[in-house]
Design a protein around this ligand. Structure first.
Ligand SMILES: Nc1ncnc2c1ncn2[C@@H]1O[C@H](COP(=O)(O)OP(=O)(O)OP(=O)(O)O)[C@@H](O)[C@H]1O
Length: 710
């Protein structure tokens, strides 16, 4: 038979299996729906029963409805193809591999879940170690239709006469395909080195390093899905948290886990870790470096111990006809005493009251001594402690404090200077105070870690005040940022597994924030030191080690193949970062396209037109997305230039927000500006240069960004 006829025949064989799978899926769906209705019926019946029976029935109903809903959610998830692989073993047994495991009515496997041990050979078998697999087949579907098949023969001498082999290069075909707005899963083409990381043991810390495009993010997400499948009992309850650098990024990766049937993983950007607030704005590099450094912890601690701006500066209270007066200095002494006894201020109210009463008693004794009298301290303390006026004073002098409020105090330069003695210089103080004083623009991503630190340092407000806190913070955010409904209202610390992507960029304060959520967790940590935009890696490493805990075992994997960029594009990126990375840190790009990246000079006054022309050209040249990457503060201007080019495939992003993203084609505007705006200049430029899969146009008015200016 000719090759096209063989291919058609093989596609037809796989189509008949895929049809059986979908028919069975429809049956399972209606069973799940029936179970859900039955669950609701039990609930209705229960209303008429005795209370204890009602409770157990309601529980049963909840479980049934829960399970039915879970099943329906995973059956309904959007997939590009439920069945994507097939293994033919030497024993002639065949195993179909897919996103879910499905059995027929006789309990025989129709599809094996990709995460099950029986599917491991799909990813791990090689010609050297074929694991009894004669033929590995990738099946490409659109909806329920098989479009193509692609085979690898692992034991050529084991191919039986009636087995046909079609095509080659499922991976290359997948890499060459156009990119959409959201990342796709890679279950059908996971490579062996990646599979090893995905299936690594769940305990401890698994570190994944590798250059751009090596699949670190894809691997980390598939690992989350794998771990939940294999260790749901240990990990499912407290849940899995995935932390990404930005909301744009979490949105980009949001479809990967649902497409594998996992809907219970929480994705959060660094600006969204704190419930109720969503920060998207980035600070300029110098300011971000101050806010992210460990010095801030001490500054915050000093700030919250300072006298609140509205606190009264004097106390007067009448006891037995005599005015007892505490001056500002004396009140400060009392405040210091309460703080030095430790404990978060919101939990130290009672101690504050006791210390204040003791100071009043001291004062009364001091007056009495002068007149040769004595004072009954106990009586004084009981009497004053029960007075309404005393409590009225206490609530304003030792108010319940909220993180947002204390952080705003630092907008007062004098107060900040006091809190940052010997920690910040005067320029840094001016910069930080100006940022905290500016209420018009809401919080930045770096502020979230500070708010979280304060949350812990201040301690929880009394219960009835918590609602007020949410309202206060919401009110402060209303103008500039959107509020999110709290998903996990308390118990922040209970995630069982945390995935941190782009971990090279977490500041020490962000590591503290994330570490707080993983006190008992195992970790998957993804990063590439060469792409780092954080200026003090030593301090960040220290905070990271603390987040993991001192005795947590670690294992490290390095991925070395760049699946994203064409070899031509990556060669330019590698040249630009050469002096800032060891050759061993740079991956190999596997796919050549024959299209070199273009570098076009810009003359003054031609920038807008040049951007518009390059964008138009690239939108015509590629089928998928086109990204325009520029310096962070240029984004509004460039978006304005492209407002008329209404095309959903076009996105404008600032350099820092381009982390982790990818486009079919990229226009990179003024690379020297990217270097200047960041404290780790070339590394950020390297990130921007490695976002394109097919075509790259660099528009530059100078050559300073190229090594040797060439
Ligand atoms: N085995 C694979 N099969 C198909 N596509 C793959 C495979 N591995 C990686 N890719 C693709 O390569 C691209 C890069 O992957 P990913 O974004 O995970 O890389 P990364 O290492 O996180 O990159 P960066 O550090 O630049 O953010 C994605 O489009 C991903 O789907």
């Amino acid at each position: 038979m000719s090759e096209p006829r063989v291919r058609r025949a093989e596609i037809a064989i796989e189509q008949s299996h895929v049809d059986r799978v979908y028919a069975r899926l429809a049956e399972l769906r209606s069973q799940a729906e029936a179970m859900r209705s039955k669950g609701y019926e039990i609930g209705h019946g229960a209303q008429r029963e005795a209370v204890f029976e009602q409770a157990s029935m309601l529980f049963e109903r909840d479980m049934m409805v829960y399970h039915a809903n879970q099943t329906l959610a995973s059956l309904d998830a959007e997939y590009e193809g439920l069945v994507f692989g097939r293994l033919d073993h030497t024993s002639r047994e065949t195993v179909y591999v897919g996103r879910l495991g499905i059995r027929d009515a006789d309990f025989d496997n129709l599809v094996t879940d990709w995460r099950a041990p029986a599917a491991a050979a799909f990813y791990q078998a090689t010609a050297e170690d074929p694991m009894d697999v004669v033929r590995r087949r990738v099946i490409r579907c659109s909806g329920q239709t098989v479009l193509d098949v692609d085979d690898d023969v692992l034991i050529p001498e084991g191919v039986p006469d009636d087995m046909r082999v079609v095509g080659e290069g499922a991976l290359m075909a997948a890499l060459g395909r156009a990119r959409g707005e959201k990342m796709r899963d890679i279950v059908a083409t996971i490579q062996k080195e990646q599979d090893e990381v995905i299936r690594a043991p769940w305990r401890g810390v698994t570190e994944i390093t590798g250059g751009p495009g090596t699949g670190k993010t894809a691997v980390a997400l598939h690992r989350a899905a794998y771990l939940l499948y294999r260790h749901r009992r240990q990990l499912g309850g407290a849940g899995v948290l995935v932390i990404g650098p930005s909301g744009v990024f979490t949105n980009y990766i949001s479809r990967v886990l649902p497409s594998m049937g996992e809907t219970n993983v929480e994705l959060r950007a660094l600006g969204q870790v704190l419930d109720g607030i969503e920060a998207t704005r980035q600070d300029p590099a110098r300011l971000a470096a101050i806010k992210g450094s460990l010095r801030m912890r001490k500054i915050l601690l000093r700030a919250l111990r300072d006298t609140p701006p509205d606190a009264p500066t004097e106390m007067r209270i009448v006891y037995r006809g005599e005015v007892l007066k505490l001056t500002a200095k004396e009140l400060d002494r009392v405040r210091r005493k309460v703080h030095t006894q430790g404990g978060p201020p919101n939990r130290s109210r009672v101690r504050a009251a006791e210390t204040l009463l003791a100071a009043l008693a001291d004062k009364a004794e001091e007056y009495a001594r002068a007149d040769g009298r004595t004072v009954d301290r106990e009586e004084l303390i009981t009497d004053l402690g029960e007075r309404l006026e005393f409590h009225r004073f206490l609530v304003v002098w030792w108010p319940v404090l909220y993180p947002a409020q204390v952080l705003r105090w630092l907008g007062d330069e004098r107060r900040l200077a006091k809190a940052s003695r010997q920690l910040l210089d005067s320029d840094e103080i001016a910069l930080l105070a100006a940022s905290m004083a500016d209420r018009s623009r809401g919080w930045t991503v770096a502020d979230i870690a500070l708010l979280d630190e304060l949350r812990v340092l201040l301690g929880p407000p009394p219960k009835r005040r918590r609602r007020q806190q949410v309202e206060l913070e919401a009110e402060q955010e209303r103008d500039s940022t959107a509020t999110r409904g709290p998903q996990r209202p308390e118990h922040y610390d209970e995630y069982s597994h945390i995935v941190v992507d782009e971990s090279q960029d977490l500041s020490p304060m962000q590591w503290r924030m994330v570490g707080r959520r993983g006190k008992y967790a195992s970790w998957t940590v993804v990063g590439d030191p060469v792409q780092s935009s954080w200026p003090d890696p030593g301090e960040a490493a220290q905070a990271r080690d603390q987040a993991f805990g001192p005795r947590t075992p670690r294992r490290r994997y390095t991925l070395r193949t760049n699946y994203r960029n064409s070899a031509e594009i990556f060669a330019l990126a590698a040249r630009v970062v050469a002096g800032h990375a060891e050759a061993d840190d740079l991956p190999d790009a596997v796919r050549a396209t024959g299209i070199e990246p273009q570098i076009r000079g810009l003359e003054p006054g031609t920038v807008e037109g040049a951007v518009q022309a390059a964008v138009k050209e690239l939108l015509d040249a590629v089928e998928g997305t086109v990204g325009v990457i520029c310096a962070m503060d240029r984004v509004p201007q460039v978006s304005g230039w492209l407002a008329a080019q209404a095309d959903e495939r076009l996105k404008v992003v600032g350099s820092l927000d381009s982390k982790g993203l990818e486009y079919d084609a990229v226009v990179l505007l003024e690379p020297s500006e990217l270097i200047r705006e960041s404290l780790t200049g070339r590394r950020v430029l390297y990130v921007a240069l490695t976002r394109a899969t097919q075509q790259l146009v660099v528009l530059a008015s100078d050559d300073g960004w190229l090594p040797d200016g060439r």
